[in-house]
Design a protein. Structure first.
Length: 75
């Protein structure tokens, strides 16, 4: 029974030790979820320069419908 408890404790500890999303080193408490202030700044810079993006495709329906601003100009 104590072996099972030890295994569960080891699994919990392993889950807590997350890796830095930038370099893969173990995260530090001061810069969590990153390993250092340097990796934190790299991530911030990627957000600032819009390096992180979600790909999106525009549908044909959106392109064919006039925008509300276009309707006001026509009339």
């Amino acid at each position: 029974m104590s072996d099972k408890i030890a295994d569960l404790a080891a699994l919990r500890a392993q889950k807590r030790r997350r890796k830095c999303p930038i370099c893969g080193k173990p995260a530090s408490e001061q810069s969590r979820p990153f390993c250092s202030e340097a990796c934190r700044r790299i991530d911030l810079d990627r957000w600032r320069t819009e390096a992180y993006r979600i790909p999106a495709e525009e549908s044909d329906e959106e392109e064919s419908q006039p925008k509300p601003d276009d309707e006001e100009k026509d009339g």
